[in-house]
Design a protein around this ligand. Sequence first.
Ligand code: UD1
Ligand code: CA
Length: 483
Amino acid sequence: MGLNEGMSAHSLAVVVLAAGQGTRMKSTRAKVLHELSGVPLIGHVLATAQALEPDHVAVVVRHQRDDVAAVIAEHAPAAVIIDQDEVPGTGRALEVALAALPASFTGDVVVISGDVPLLDSDTLRAVIAHHREQDAIATVITTVLEDPTGYGRIIRDDAGLVQRVVEQSDAGEEETAITEVNAGAYVFARDAATKALAKVDTHNAQGEKYLTDVIEQLARAGNAVQAVRVEDSWLLKGINDRAQLGDVQARLNRMIVRGWQLAGVTVVDPASCFIDVGVELADDVTILQGVQLHGATSIASGATIGPDTTLRDTVVGPGAQVLRTHAEGAEIKAGATVGPFSFLRPGTSVGQEGKVGAFVEIKNSTLHRGAKVPHLSYIGDAEIGEGTNIGAGAITANYDGRSKHRTTIGAHVKTGSHTVFVAPVEVGDGAYGAAGAVIRRSVPPGALAMSVTTQRNLEGWVEANRQGTPSADAAAAATKGTK
Ligand code: UD1
Ligand code: CA
């Protein structure tokens, strides 16, 4: 029987367990809201759930219920949110979820945990197919771990059949030595799980209604419980504390970077690059050392990013170069160059073939094609026309203490060094500015704007007032014979 035939013949529900407190995270935030590669743990799990195209997705919540529910709604709008009551434990969580499924639903129920983020839909599809081929009522996913500490251990009989799962805190010495663990993911026939759960109590070290006890109930009643052992144990790692979060994060990042390398991206130093799951990279992008790409960042073909660059929600066009830059919510168009040491804030658009240079901060501003802000400037709430060059040390004085105002600069303008634009102000096409200009009034097209005060030189001032200093001596030597 082919996989797809098997999948389509039955209906499917996915239950995600996300009601636990996550005490071991030692956090004020619910465990499933902690992020991995830019997405909350629960977001990863919901993506997997939805990839199975089930008839129902049910998520069980309790701890920080409203915060968790909001994130669920964002990542899986069709998911049904189910509240667990005061009875604690994974078994109780599944019980309330099963009770909430439509009475007419008789299909398979996949159960996954909100804290096992790398378990993927391909693995689950294979497990579902096995479950259906075997006509099973329960299938548990297992893996072998070098260090199984904290996980439930799989107890098999002499014939190798799964008998039960023993939690770490309830395990004896011999059981603790077992390295095959319960991944916390299962497929159940709905009715069998409901009936077995009704018999599960809370008589254990943690005083919880364990989902794992369903396995023992079913095995005791003479059912063969299927187990699918997954070789790549990384896929099944649960996150209970921040050390595990860090380990899984490092692993996932390696997987993401490798995926992009195989898709045609040069990543010079994978260990120093961090790429969120939502990032999009085209062929022939080059990522140099020390690059972090976050959120909805996308980089077009032929662009070079880094070294030492952080981009969040930033769109980079073909062939652009971005080095030693921090950008958020910015757009860098084709062939533009940005950096080193540039800071692009939300609403910045750098035009095609444009340039933003060293120690330049830009926010909420559009630079049209070929416009350049090469050195030491702050540009805020401005529009800079095509081919315009902003001289070194420009400042848009955009805030008057009450509100922000815009600076509009036309095409092919050349401003002098150290210009202040006191907004609101406009500079017409083709205008020039003199060095040190304070532009308080609009400049017509083609005019030269100056706001200089006349320079006065007080001859001999240093020799008269700073006698005996190196400056006075140097001045004396330079003017010797001229007096
Ligand atoms: C659980 C399994 C263990 C398995 C491990 C794999 C049980 C009793 N133990 O242990 O055998 O090896 O996962 O990662 O199931 N949850 C609820 N409601 C609750 C308690 C927990 O929804 O009352 C949710 C949590 O939010 C979490 C998941 O269930 O997403 C697992 O809970 P957790 O407390 O982390 O279980 P483990 O001790 O890791
Ligand atoms: Ca866990």
